[in-house]
Ligand binder design. Sequence first.
Ligand code: F6P
Length: 333
Amino acid sequence: MKKHIAVLTSGGDAPGMNACIRAMVLNAERAGHKISGYLRGFNGVLNDDRICLTAQRMHNLIQQGGTILHSARCESFCQPQVRQQAANNLKSAGIDTLIVMGGDGSFKGAHALKAHWDGQIIGIPGTIDNDIDQTDATIGYYTAIETAVNSIDKVRDTADAFDRVFVVEVMGRHAGFLGMSAALASASDFVLVPELFECAQTSLQQIKQQIMQRQQSRGPVSYVIVLAENLWPEGVIGLCQNVTEATGLEAKPVTLGHVQRGGSPVSQDRILAVKSGTFAIELVNTDISDIMIGIQNDTLVTVPLEKTWQKQKTLGKDARKTALHLMNQRYID
Ligand code: F6P
């Protein structure tokens, strides 16, 4: 049966969202479905602000960062009457399937629509944070690691030149996937992520000890700390002050910020996006709904939306062990 599918991107944009939109549009058109895009997340549904998506518009899009549908957070969507309005709009637009690409906040909104609307609801995880449970990766995560690593490599150059201490703050909201991966891939000297954090005092003590040990054996040294955002009580500036006080060495702050959300997606994100988008269109005309498309052990799976936020995704025991092992090697080399 030919259906009318609508897609939206919501919350923090992530590189690869466009690649996913492209895959959905090409596959939908091939299957004879109509496909529309709501602009600016759920706001588009509320304002009935939508555009018709065609294969022609998808030309040269796979490599573009950001999202052609724009994104936004929609705080009012937690109100039932607002969701009812969205449901009414979906009904009058004749939408059969709504595909929501975003993070857990977007998935909660999509799931809550179910009480008001009987159309098919599909979630696709798109966030640089990789903090969605039941999927090994989210669209945008790999590119953000690459962006962070490239920046940390540059910081390392100048840190080495001046034998300086730097603290690089990376995004991740309340998760350490991005911070841990960026620290590992850049051979940073210390990493502070929520999953491994005990307390500020202990961390400072460890940093001080390592710097002093190295100074004793090698003389002046550079030292790069990767800090996950929202972790250190006084933020990156506060940590720099604390390190400076503890070691007597001036520590310089670098906040990578929204740079990590932009740029052309790396191949891994493009491939994940194409696979997920293609699978989403295959699900149209089935009775599978209220689910997220995830990837587990290289296999696409469907997971009830509710399950994606019930449990906090963790770094995993092995990942932690590997990370600590690698970091320790650097401390003593
Ligand atoms: O969820 C993606 C993310 O980039 C987080 O890493 C970060 O905490 C947040 O969004 C920033 O949101 P905003 O762009 O609204 O400041």
